[in-house]
Design a protein around this ligand. Structure first.
Ligand code: PEP
Ligand code: MG
Length: 606
């Protein structure tokens, strides 16, 4: 999707709608991109001492900042303050310091330019080093240079938790850490240049009920800090400097949106029962315990996916067993007797783990994080973290109806290893006489194509499957889920995806295990119709999608839908599948709830 400023009075940018709602307010430009070198200029002899002084002062200020950071380091990671010490040493290193001063004096160039030249020279040297670990230390040099540069140009990094005025955040990109730490009371919306529909940043925005548009490409260069903008999270549009008439128009739309939300909420507690009497489990995806109440308000009949990793991204420290146990127990108790499917840590990928508390683990910066040390791979490597979480989950299982699920399984070996660790943790609890649910069901996410190919084998070792289409689409169609350039290729109706889902569902049915789907597509009524017709037992989604999907369930006959959808694997193109579903769903697509929802829910069908 491209962002484009339209001609005429209204300047509008188009991006990807990821979290519904309309908000009118002041833009707050956050600079998270690298400091670019903008001013390259020659200086005369008299100016050299001034430039050298500027560079020295910036370096001193950067040093003070590091010393301060070091002083505030939490005790448990103090042992690793050597990382900051090494940054201090780099600042004093002659390759950086003396060389920059030299460039200023000899080549008569400004300090930023001179620093950049020093860095380029250091990079060339590092590039020649064979040892990967040492070569990667260049990143520390870059980080140090970036810090000095920020002082030179007077740009401080902003912390979203510290924003105290109502604002709409405009950023090149936001990490899930940023969104998780947002001052929710003050941040009324956000828009980014980067990002796609299923990026975790987008998912969090939806959970926090903050209107958001991503993938705008050039929002940060077109929007002025402090300017008034309108974010239309329903349509994926951003209006720049609106006139009075436009503001009034959008205020009206805002009201309509709120009216629609309250209408649909009224029916959210009706059961998800088809016309022919089948109950379908419509559940919620959550990231934090605080969302459980919202999930229930929206009519969730269980938690189909509890993304536990976000708890690890919050705060200064890696959470301990007691903290995790309290959180999991709370969720289990509030939902009981309904099920809570808790997923073990899915760190990595776009859930950035190289924040300071994880640096203890010496995780390498990865070229392809989505294909790297993510999810179960991370847990099998960092077993102490994994065991602590499993112990907390098992203990919480005694307080409700919990199920455990492992993410990103690619083959049987990972299941075996994870189950062996789980067994060990169970034994520990037995020994300590601590209660847990011995019958807790254990499942896996099917989100890597190899797991689809292996599904018949894997089904013999687990109690359920949960298909994660956000990643399955990413890995099967080879599209980075956070890259806006390829966001248009996110196609749940792609025949390859539909065939994979069908294959997994058929295998689950044949083996007698249940199969859920918890990707974003579950919240799209057209996708949900197809999934129910294919035999998916449970759909789990962002809470806000639940009322509409429950309404869909109440409007269909499951037997008829299954018969209709029967041969879906024979279709050749996404368009054919989409047209087929549209034709079958006719009356529902005409209903006011659906039509309004098109303005509200992001169209997940691509
Ligand atoms: C998925 O991949 O579809 C999924 C539900 O998990 P996540 O979005 O957290 O990767
Ligand atoms: Mg996933």
């Amino acid at each position: 999707m491209t962002a484009s400023a339209e001609k005429g009075q209204i300047r509008k940018l188009r991006g990807i709608a990821v979290s519904p709602g309309i908000i009118i307010g002041k833009a707050r430009l956050i600079d998270r991109s690298r400091v670019r070198i903008f001013y390259h200029y020659l200086i005369n002899e008299e100016q050299t001492s001034h430039e050298v002084r500027r560079f020295k002062e910036a370096t001193e200020a950067a040093k003070r900042q590091i010393v301060d950071l070091k002083a505030r380091m939490p005790d448990h990671i103090k042992d690793h303050s050597f990382i900051l010490d090494s940054h201090l040493m780099i600042m004093d290193d002659s390759m950086l310091y003396d060389s920059t001063v030299d460039f200023i004096l000899k080549e008569k160039i400004n300090a930023e330019w001179a620093l950049k030249k020093s860095i380029q020279r250091i990079k060339q040297l590092f590039d020649e080093i064979q040892d990967e670990y040492i070569r990667d230390r260049y990143l520390d040099v870059e980080n140090v240079a970036e810090r000095i540069l920020r002082h030179l140009v007077g740009k401080e990094e902003e912390n979203l938790a510290e924003i105290t005025e109502r604002a709409i955040i405009v950023a090149h990109d936001l990490s899930p850490v940023d969104t998780g730490a947002m001052n929710v009371g003050k941040i009324k919306g956000f828009i980014t240049d980067a990002g796609g529909k299923t990026s975790h940043t987008a998912i969090i925005a939806k959970s926090l009920k903050i209107p958001a548009v991503v993938g705008l490409e050039s929002a940060t260069s077109l929007i002025q800090d402090g300017g008034i903008i309108i974010v239309d999270g329903n349509r994926g549009e951003v209006i720049l400097d609106p006139d009075d008439e436009t503001i009034i128009d959008y205020q009206e739309r805002q009201l309509q949106h709120e009216r629609f939300e309250s209408n649909i909420l009224r029916s959210s507690h009706l059961p998800a029962e088809t016309l022919d009497g089948y109950r379908v489990a419509i559940e919620a995806n959550i990231e934090f315990p605080e969302e459980v109440v919202l999930a229930r308000d929206y009519g969730a009949e269980g938690i189909g996916l509890y993304r536990t990793e976000f708890h690890y991204l919050r705060g200064q420290e890696i959470p301990g067993e007691e903290e995790l146990f309290d959180a999991y127990r709370e969720v289990a108790e509030i939902m009981a007797p309904s099920p809570v499917t808790i997923r073990t840590l899915d760190l990595g990928g776009d859930k950035f783990s190289s924040i300071s508390k994880f640096q203890d683990l010496r995780l390498k910066k990865e070229t392809n994080p989505a294909l790297g040390l993510r999810a179960i791979r991370f847990c099998l490597k960092e077993q102490e973290i994994f065991k602590t979480q499993l112990r907390a989950i098992l203990r919480a299982s005694a307080f409700g109806n919990m199920r455990l699920m492992f993410p990103m399984i690619s083959g049987l070996q990972e299941i075996r290893e994870a189950q062996a660790i789980l067994e060990e943790v169970r034994d520990g609890l037995e020994k300590d006489g601590i209660p847990y649910d011995p019958g807790m069901r254990i499942g896996i996410m099917i989100e890597v194509p190899s797991a689809v190919a292996m599904a018949d084998i894997l089904a013999k070792y687990v109690d359920f499957f949960s298909i994660g289409t956000n990643d399955l689409i990413q890995y099967a169609l080879a599209i980075d889920r956070i890259n806006e350039e390829v966001a248009y290729m996110y196609q749940p109706f792609h025949p390859a995806i539909i065939r994979m889902i069908k294959q997994v569902v058929d295998i689950a049915k044949g083996t007698g295990i249940s199969v859920a789907l918890c990707g974003e597509m579950a919240a799209d009524p057209m996708c949900a119709y197809l999934l129910l017709g294919m035999g998916v037992d449970e759909l789990s989604m962002n809470s806000r999608g639940i009322p509409l999907i429950k309404k869909l369930v109440r409007s269909i006959s499951l037997e008829e839908t299954r018969a209709d959808v029967g041969d879906v694997a024979l279709f050749e193109t996404a368009r054919e599948i989409r047209e087929f579903v549209m034709e079958r769903m006719g009356p529902f697509l005409e209903s006011p709830e659906y039509r309004n929802s098109q303005d509200l829910l992001a169209d997940a069908t691509g």
